[in-house]
Design a protein around this ligand. Structure first.
Ligand SMILES: C[S@@+](CC[C@H](N)C(=O)[O-])C[C@H]1O[C@@H](n2cnc3c(N)ncnc32)[C@H](O)[C@@H]1O
Length: 392
């Protein structure tokens, strides 16, 4: 039996909590907590009659007080952490991404792999672990030790400051000495990103399959591609490798410098241009005048809570109103959201609010299979990519 030192009693109105309600137990749903505030302990969640509803990781200072590991009365077995790490890595190996020319992979996707609070992104032989909860921070030593034994390679461990403050833990970062860049391949295209500390773990692997798909569409159309929020050149370089000219826009100068280097690395520098600009601004650089065969709008997370939704929609609508006139008549408009609160229907709304033309949605895309989602965990479904075309 696992060590149990915390018993969490749910309020009567939340007593029926099960898989459909997801893996998070919020502080306001809890009637009583019995046990010390120790994030290393396992929490046993019971209903108002004392019946066990599940077992999970304990965040004494978190609004998400328990992140469930199991539903029902059965406790996670001894060694659950190591067993789930092994299962996640086996599942990634089974995807066969290496055979598709890909060495940048999300190996652990938090709740989606039954490991809430832990992300592991692999860049070739280097792993970047991102820890976002006190419970996972308490297990950092065990995770690193397991990786060293079973998945050799250099390791970084990062903890976003906002998560450490919210969850109440003291980060213990690990920096792999002497590594300043992380190199990886994606469908045969080579990229480098800065080693931590940088954006996220370094790259945005969640868009991998979409970058390839959109490059195919762009090549089919033939017109140039505009990549707003290009980071290190993702959509633009995939399109250029497919024979299309591309312009990438970002507000980060270091990201754009790497985008240019990545284009050169893949022999497509002459088909790419890079513009430093605010994608929510005027976009008045002459290189952005168009017309473009494909326009990708991939902004940062602009709605962290439902309260942000109105402002996010307004900003996205204004950006779309500015770029739609630069899209060729039969071109593709790709609108992305990496905010759980900004759903597909909101992307539709932003588009129809920005343009009274007749639009049709061709594709509704999401992340690749290395970003699994636990059914019931709606917050885990954060990436939506809608592809539209205008009709006469
Ligand atoms: C979600 S990431 C885009 C990922 C990228 N499309 C890819 O495929 O890897 C958002 C990007 O937008 C950039 N960004 C954030 N705010 C911006 C702004 N106001 N204007 C332009 N770029 C911005 C960030 O630097 C980041 O590279």
């Amino acid at each position: 039996m696992p060590r149990v030192s915390v018993r969490i009693e749910l309020r009567r109105e939340h007593s029926r909590h099960g898989p459909a309600e997801g893996p998070w137990i919020r502080r306001r749903w809890i009637a009583r907590t019995l046990g010390p505030p120790d994030p290393a302990s396992l929490a046993c969640v019971v209903d108002h009659r004392g019946e066990v509803r599940g077992w999970g990781l304990y965040g004494p200072e978190s609004e998400l007080t328990v992140r469930l590991l199991t539903f029902g009365s059965e406790a996670p077995p001894e060694g659950w952490l190591e067993a789930r790490l092994a299962a996640a890595l086996r599942a990634r190996a089974a995807l066969g991404l290496e055979r598709q020319g890909t060495s940048g992979v999300r190996e652990v996707n938090s709740e989606g792999d039954g490991l809430p609070g832990l992300v592991i992104d692999r860049y070739g032989p280097v792993r970047v672990l991102q820890i976002t909860t006190a419970a996972m921070a308490a297990r950092q030593g065990a995770i690193v030790a397991w990786l060293k034994e079973h998945a050799p390679g250099d390791i970084f461990v990062i903890h976003p400051q906002s998560a450490a403050e919210r969850e109440g833990f003291v980060p213990e970062p690990v920096i792999a000495a002497g590594i300043e860049r992380l190199a990886f391949a994606e469908h045969g295209i080579d990229f480098e990103v800065p080693a931590p500390p940088s954006q996220k773990t370094g790259a945005y692997f969640d868009q991998r399959e979409n970058r390839r798909r959109i490059a195919e569409l762009a090549a089919g159309h033939g017109g140039p591609l505009l990549d707003l929020g290009t980071h290190v050149g993702g959509f633009a370089i995939h399109a250029a490798a497919a024979g299309v000219t591309a312009v990438g826009v970002d507000q980060s100068a270091p990201a754009l410098a790497l985008a240019a280097a990545n284009a050169a690395r893949n022999g497509v520098a002459e088909r790419c241009a890079w513009v430093r600009a605010d994608l929510f601004g005027e976009l008045d650089d002459p290189q952005l005048a168009g017309p473009f065969g494909t326009i990708v709008v991939d902004p940062p997370k602009i709605a962290s809570s439902p309260r942000d939704l109105g402002r996010a929609l307004k900003a996205l609508r204004a950006c779309l109103a500015r770029v739609i006139p630069r899209l060729a008549d039969d071109g593709f408009l790709v609108i992305c959201s990496c905010s759980h609160h900004l759903g597909r229907e909101h992307l539709d709304q932003a588009l129809t609010g920005a343009s009274s033309a007749l639009w049709t949605r061709l594709l509704a895309l999401g992340p690749g299979a290395d970003h699994p989602v636990l059914p019931g965990h709606v917050e885990g479904e954060y990436l939506r990519v809608n592809v539209y075309q205008r009709r006469a």
